[in-house]
Write a protein that binds this ligand. Sequence first.
Ligand code: FRU
Length: 514
Amino acid sequence: MAENILDFKAFSQVTDARWYPRYHLAPPFGWCNDPNGMCFYKNQYHFFYQHYPYAPEWGPMHWGHAVSDDLAYWKHLPIALKPEQPYEQGGGCFSGSAIEKDGKLYLMYTGHLSATPEEEAAIGYGHIEFQCLASSEDGIHFTKSEKNPVIEDIDIKSDDVFINDIRDPKVWIHDGKYYAVLGSRTPDMAHGQIILFESTDLTTSWRFKAISARSEGNLGGMWECPNFAEINGEDVLIFSPMDINTEDGTFYNDKVAGVLIGKLNYRSGLFTHGDFQYLDKGFDFYAPQIMQTPDGRTVMIAWMDMWNVDMHETKDGWAGMMTIPRVLGIKNGKIISTPVKELEKLRKWKPIILEDVLIDEATTFDGVSGEAYELLLNIDAAQSKKFSIALRASDIEQTVLSYNANGIFKLDRTNSGEPINFQSVREIQIEPCEKLKLHIFIDRSSIEIFINDGTEVLSARIYPKRTSQKVIFVPEDEQLKIDSLEYYKLDFGLPHPHIKDTPEDLHKKFPFLK
Ligand code: FRU
């Protein structure tokens, strides 16, 4: 069994909490990227993530681990997987998923092996990827399978798959058989695709089934992090296409995350589907993972960052955070996502509730301010033709949301704080509406905006000064009519590293450390 007690002195520690989230999942040390292995096991929600504990930068991948009874309050657990096997030398333990079988929790993940220069010259590529399993009786301590890798290149019975890039298995059970989708690309690297494997017993006998879906036109040269679920009788395939050609302006970025809604034919392995839809139109949303809750909801968490974009928190010894958990639904053929209701548990203080407010000049409301809160607004859009809301605002900084009667909704982080080396203005078209509902989550260095019950969502990282806390409502036409405003300051949802932590404090917060 892997040694899970780790010496925190070796880890990269949080030296300043100015941007460290109060209620969003983030690594207690070092770096995180993709969510992994989200599941409900032995009465707890388990959340794993791509993690490098030793520095606030990407490095050989470990699986960090946190658990929660309620999706609101989280506790960090020991690192679940670390790179130690020959098939993990290089990139380490890449992304994957979790499934319960016979009372045990199985993690299915990708072992990423870097080639030596000689090997690279021989195979013409810098790495090889293998699919592996680890299992646990208690959901905390994991043992890697002696049968690893359970899927390797010789198992891929198709000339149309680029065998060096095949990763991020999402495993599930259907009619007594196990299925796994994997992200990959065509050998000419022009098209991302999803590969389906099947097994009768999960632990061995994985068999190549089909190339289930492939990018048509310009939907990326590689598809990462597939996820699969059934929602309201429809099959949804979630994935993160990369290497998108952005020249024609169809996509916001060369890496995005989204969903295809359709039907998987379990006999042929083919997935027929409609058009690609975004899961979130903000700047920072990648590699989402989903799980089923005991009451049948499909809950999603994504990495709320983007590759190759400044993460200013690296200056503070940590890097990366997750979105809040969101429930996925389908409405009129469109994917929607809304905050899980459990987050209401974090509303620890008396709310501020205002009704029927009409303003004709820039206005702030007493107590409606801060760095970690939830704000629900119902706006009479028929009477408020053009307005903006400045959040995390001060005399010098602001993150601005704006709306006009043509249905143009804009998120502008140009002056949100530390400059970011990526796009800062996102403009989307929403259905013009009489009533506009906004549900906004602010947490130190992030903003998430759910528009009209999750028909559109925008997520972004921002790096304001700690003191930029105002919320300013600005009518830009004649007036702004707010039918209702609810403001909730939110509690700490996870142990919070602090610059003044003594070793004893750290032991208390992270009892699994030496
Ligand atoms: C997506 C990704 C995955 C991979 C992981 C490595 O962000 O590139 O495809 O498994 O990150 O950390």
